[in-house]
Design a protein around this ligand. Structure first.
Ligand code: MTE
Ligand code: MO
Length: 201
């Protein structure tokens, strides 16, 4: 449900610095996926960190859950024009994944990969220093399968298509390589505050 205009004028002004241009608030949590929700068996799931084609570190479900966890409350913004305030997540910061792997970012770009074949590109500058996490819980419980459970990327300051669901790896790339939606007309960067929705925005 989109609740544009539901809040009084004062409240809208107060929200001004939370709601990017062209967005409306929703209380619900719409599901947006290119295909069906893929089954993810945590007994078979693993997370792989790669530099180009080369795997540098892999964690299974238990190992990944043993990494340091961070709790976040963040606003999220979908390119289909809904925003949702104060969503609660916990997971492993991008910074902590690199620290646990014992590496520093070797290239300026990352491609996130998912079990459904989805991918999305995000610059290291939009992941590092507390900007992104690999989320393991939503609203205090497991992430619902439709929302990317058991594991999704969360890059809350970019449009939500950058937050890849059913994540199974991050790959450092030399160049900013367009992912699934970036190859299909969506903006290469996707900053909601600059309304970077489509390729030429
Ligand atoms: N693996 C995967 N991740 C994905 C998608 C997808 O199709 N597959 N859709 C993206 C898009 S376009 C959006 S808007 C958000 C939607 O997340 P939600 O369904 O939890 O709202 O997930 C993103 N992550
Ligand atoms: Mo989307």
């Amino acid at each position: 449900m989109v609740t544009r205009g539901f809040f009084g004028r004062g409240r809208q002004d107060e929200l001004g610095d939370r709601l990017p241009p062209g967005q409306s608030l929703t209380e619900g949590f719409p599901v947006l996926t290119a295909g069906p929700t893929p089954p993810v068996d945590v007994a078979k799931w693993s997370f792989t960190l790669k530099i180009g084609p080369r795997p540098v570190k892999q964690w299974n479900w238990d190992e990944f859950n043993a990494l340091p966890q961070t709790r976040w409350v963040r606003d999220i913004h979908c390119v289909t024009a809904w925003s949702k305030l104060n969503t609660q997540w916990s997971g492993v910061l991008f910074d902590d994944i690199l620290a646990e792997a014992g590496i520093e970012a070797p290239t300026p770009y990352v491609l996130a990969h998912s079990v459904d074949g989805y991918s999305t590109n995000v610059p290291v500058a939009d992941l590092a220093v507390g900007k992104a996490m690999v989320a393991l819980t939503y609203a205090g419980g497991p992430i619902p399968p439709d929302h990317g459970g058991p594991v999704r990327l969360l890059v809350p300051h970019l449009y939500f298509w950058k937050s890849a669901k059913w994540l199974n790896g991050l790959q450092f790339t030399q160049r900013d390589e367009p992912g699934f939606w970036e190859l299909r007309g969506y903006h290469i960067h996707g900053d909601p505050w600059k309304e970077q929705r489509y390729t030429d925005d």
